[in-house]
Design a protein around this ligand. Sequence first.
Ligand SMILES: Nc1nc2c([nH]c(=O)n2[C@H]2C[C@H](O)[C@@H](COP(=O)(O)OP(=O)(O)OP(=O)(O)O)O2)c(=O)[nH]1
Ligand SMILES: [Mg+2]
Length: 131
Amino acid sequence: MTKKVVNVAVGVIFKRGQYFVCKRSETQHQGGLWEFPGGKVESQESVEQALERELSEEIGIEVRGSKHLTTIEHDYGDKQVCLHVHVVDQFEGEPTGLEGQPSQWVDYQGLTSLDFPKANVAIIEALATFS
Ligand SMILES: Nc1nc2c([nH]c(=O)n2[C@H]2C[C@H](O)[C@@H](COP(=O)(O)OP(=O)(O)OP(=O)(O)O)O2)c(=O)[nH]1
Ligand SMILES: [Mg+2]
């Protein structure tokens, strides 16, 4: 049986050479690991709409400009995801963990030293050549 794929809009928030990352809560899927903020694309919603909604809900920013970086399909065994990753380099507001999640700004070197879910290895690789 083919598993249902969960489509996820993921925002790589980038400003002055740094990336904004959040920590997933222990109770979530892939809990306790760092993530780029984002969440599930709801039915009737485009990836762009989901990205705007999730980034507003989770970190309180308004997206003004973003570029598609990569699309990654990954099977965690218990869940199959398709991550639609966008670099968000124009936005209004100061990103903050509105759901109580720890957050931090890190440079590229910092990204490579944090623990992310497995699917994120390909995102971080794609960022190495992003300009
Ligand atoms: N947001 C986000 N999700 C990621 C990343 N890497 C990765 O494998 N995922 C996976 C974990 C989850 O299975 C799924 C995203 O789900 P989510 O928990 O953020 O979804 P959501 O915000 O809509 O929240 P909820 O409905 O689960 O409360 O994608 C990432 O960098 N950011
Ligand atoms: Mg989320």
